[in-house]
Design a protein around this ligand. Structure first.
Ligand SMILES: Cc1cc2nc3c(=O)[nH]c(=O)nc-3n(C[C@H](O)[C@H](O)[C@H](O)COP(=O)(O)O)c2cc1C
Length: 276
């Protein structure tokens, strides 16, 4: 016998209909308001397993086959950010390009990626997978591949390559400076199955989560745009990454322990806003 998609405890259910309202696919019928909502006949096929029905119930009356109410951490009011805290936190985030010559514990990187894996995804598909290039030697080898890609572009698409300062980055590399990964000890790459249409956006959002969470764990990050670009187009680098068959690189960031922090929030352009 298959487990039911949803189990609603009639004793706990207060018949407020919140689960029916919250379900993005309208899979709960609440026609009889004297009884707990009932899943529609094709609920199992249509359910995207987002857990909103479980998360919205104030009584903890619903268990989903994918997650029990007791599996879902309660939201603690005392931990919610004020508008002032949120603005301060978001505006004080910085790209870090100077790292201590020390590794980050694997558990810490796993914790960081776990936080990032809770970012929103189209249709709750959760298509993002993670490759941690942990060993510094391997990070250096990948940087070498990115430099090889830049050298190739400087020959074949000189103006384009120069517009992205690749001539300067290659020159710096030859003098012993790593402008690709900034001597970061680790690189985290989000990748996905090539057939997933939601993965490019999901990877950017998840990486943004990762970047925002990093300083709370004492870590610094910087998006590795050159590496990302090369990892999607340069065959030798793709081979070095050795992603599973039919998978593609999405976004990469460098990660490490920052050498220093910042004292002020730099000014940005005023937003160009139109109300229509
Ligand atoms: C998609 C993306 C790719 C980036 N790639 C690089 C990179 O390869 N190297 C680097 O030093 N910074 C890179 N950055 C960092 C930007 O230069 C940085 O976000 C910008 O200068 C603003 O500074 P802030 O992040 O401290 O606000 C990248 C940022 C983004 C969003």
């Amino acid at each position: 016998m298959t487990t039911p998609l949803l189990t609603i405890d009639p004793e706990k259910c207060s018949k407020d209909g919140l689960c029916a309202m919250a379900c993005p696919m309208a899979l709960l019928s609440f026609a009889d308001t004297t009884k707990p909502p009932v899943p529609v006949p094709n609920a199992r096929e249509l359910c995207i397993r987002c857990g909103h029905c479980v998360a919205v119930c104030p009584k903890g009356a619903i268990d989903h086959e994918a997650m029990k109410a007791s599996d879902c951490l309660p939201i603690q009011k005392k931990l919610l950010l004020s508008a002032e805290h949120a603005e301060h936190f978001l505006r004080s985030r910085r790209s870090m390009r100077n790292y201590k010559d020390a590794p980050v514990e694997r558990e810490k990187l796993e914790r960081l990626i776990t936080i990032a894996s809770h970012a929103q995804t189209g249709h709750n598909e959760q298509p993002v997978k993670w490759l941690v290039i942990y060993e510094k030697e391997k990070v250096h080898q990948l940087a070498e591949q990115v430099i090889a890609w830049m050298k190739h572009l400087l020959k074949t698409q000189k103006e384009f390559a120069k517009s992205l300062h690749m001539d300067m980055i290659v020159a710096a590399w030859l003098m012993g400076f790593d402008v690709v990964f900034r001597n970061a000890p680790h690189v985290v790459l989000a990748y996905s199955h090539k057939a997933s249409g939601t993965a490019p956006t999901a990877s950017i959002i998840a990486m943004t989560y990762l970047e925002l969470a990093a300083p709370t764990l004492g870590l610094g990050t910087c998006w590795a745009g050159y590496f990302t670009y090369a990892s999607q187009t340069f065959q030798p680098l793709m081979e070095a990454l050795n992603l599973p068959k039919n998978h593609v690189a999405q976004q990469g960031v460098m990660v490490g322990i920052p050498k220093f922090g910042y004292q002020r929030m730099p000014v940005r352009k005023s937003p160009d806003i139109t109300f229509a």
